[in-house]
Design a protein around this ligand. Structure first.
Ligand SMILES: *[C@@H]1O[C@H](CO)[C@@H](O)[C@H](O)[C@H]1NC(C)=O
Ligand SMILES: *[C@@H]1O[C@H](CO)[C@@H](O)[C@H](O)[C@H]1NC(C)=O
Ligand SMILES: *[C@@H]1O[C@H](CO)[C@@H](O)[C@H](O)[C@H]1NC(C)=O
Ligand SMILES: *[C@@H]1O[C@H](CO)[C@@H](O)[C@H](O)[C@H]1NC(C)=O
Ligand SMILES: *[C@@H]1O[C@H](CO)[C@@H](O)[C@H](O)[C@H]1NC(C)=O
Ligand SMILES: *[C@@H]1O[C@H](CO)[C@@H](O)[C@H](O)[C@H]1NC(C)=O
Ligand SMILES: *[C@@H]1O[C@H](CO)[C@@H](O)[C@H](O)[C@H]1NC(C)=O
Length: 281
């Protein structure tokens, strides 16, 4: 009893600033069904949203239509296990626990949802959810991210009737601490992408953001909950534009002759290479 009361109090204290900042808290949406039926995956692993009226930028509320780049794609050629939005069966959220990202502090969410249109025939949709860097602590670390800032992403699933690849599109960026209004750090869209890829592929040194180019690849393996995932990352240009136009936080992210984004998208193809004995049957 005493132990559980103490840890609850600790939880509350740790997250109190985050909770009071959550102006419009709403529960993280329930996970999607386990298996996506009727997927049809093109060779690239996803459909270009532009081909069917979509956009590679999200729309952030109250910005006059500005948004963030969808700069990481989890390919529809990844294992079905990973393309399910769950945490307890080796799905997308368990994969990201292996990479170092968790659900938001106590399931709370600060601010209104962003929207995106992935050109899949479903039109403009709210983000499915948002995951944050967990500072090495899968259960409470995202409370730190909410306060100290850091890497985070919102995501959408391309599963509509006109382009059902099952791919996940991520808008990744590195944000400043809460006191600085969660603006994005300089070059924070490109850096957020590359630090996510660096962790997903278990790099021992930083990916040199200024040197990645169309066709650059990284590969590596991470594990969580006895699921082991191999990630093959491929950088592609020509899908996202290399420009500051339409971007939210553009003045903090770019400037001084630097475009806010380099136009590269990291496409991750994820394979499950080991799973818990209980799930292996
Ligand atoms: C989208 O999110 C906003 C809050 O940001 C909410 O008011 C609205 O109901 C959501 N729409 C749908 C279709 O879930
Ligand atoms: C998109 O449409 C499909 C049905 O065609 C539905 O199963 C899926 O849940 C929709 N996705 C979203 C994000 O609303
Ligand atoms: C992993 O992510 C953390 C937090 O964003 C970052 O500080 C670190 O540099 C990343 N590691 C690599 C290899 O990119
Ligand atoms: C980036 O490329 C330049 C030119 O090829 C090279 O000199 C530099 O060492 C590279 N930087 C990193 C961090 O790899
Ligand atoms: C992972 O495997 C170890 C040893 O095989 C086992 O003790 C542990 O309970 C497993 N954990 C999960 C989350 O399956
Ligand atoms: C990028 O590289 C891929 C091969 O990995 C190639 O198919 C594509 O045409 C290249 N895109 C551009 C814009 O050069
Ligand atoms: C983006 O544009 C800048 C300036 O025009 C250029 O220096 C850079 O090489 C471009 N990067 C890519 C990935 O196309």
């Amino acid at each position: 009893m005493a132990t559980s009361a103490t840890s609850s109090l600790f939880l509350l204290l740790l997250c109190a600033p985050a909770l009071s900042f959550a102006l419009n808290p709403h529960q993280v949406r329930a996970p999607s069904p386990l298996w996506r039926r009727g997927r049809s995956v093109p060779p690239a692993g996803f459909y270009n949203p532009h081909d069917n009226g979509g956009n590679m930028l999200t729309v952030a509320p109250n910005t006059g239509g500005l948004g963030e780049p969808l700069n990481v794609i989890v390919s529809g050629k990844s294992d079905d296990i990973v393309l399910a939005d769950n945490e307890d069966q080796g799905g997308f959220r368990n994969y990201f626990l292996a990479v170092g990202f968790g659900s938001e502090c106590l399931g709370q969410h600060a601010g209104d949802a962003q929207t995106a249109n992935l050109g899949d025939g479903n039109g403009t949709k709210n983000e499915t959810s948002e995951l944050r860097w967990d500072y090495g602590d899968p259960s409470l670390g995202t409370c730190q991210e909410t306060i100290k800032g850091g890497n985070h992403f919102r995501y959408w699933i391309q599963d509509g009737p006109k382009a059902n690849s099952g791919a996940f599109f991520l808008a990744t960026s590195y944000e400043l601490p809460i006191q600085q209004g969660h603006d994005i750090v300089f070059d924070g869209y490109n850096l957020g992408r590359d630090w996510l890829v660096g962790n997903a592929t278990a790099q021992t040194s930083l990916i040199p953001t200024g040197n990645v180019t169309n066709g650059t690849t990284y590969s590596g393996t991470v594990s969580f909950g006895n699921y082991t995932y191999k990630t093959d990352a491929l950088y592609l240009s020509g899908i996202l534009s290399n420009s500051t136009d339409g971007l939210n936080h553009a003045s903090s992210v770019g400037g001084h002759g630097v475009e806010a984004i380099d136009g590269l998208v990291a496409v991750l193809t994820i394979t499950v290479t080991a799973k818990p004995a209980a799930a292996a049957s």
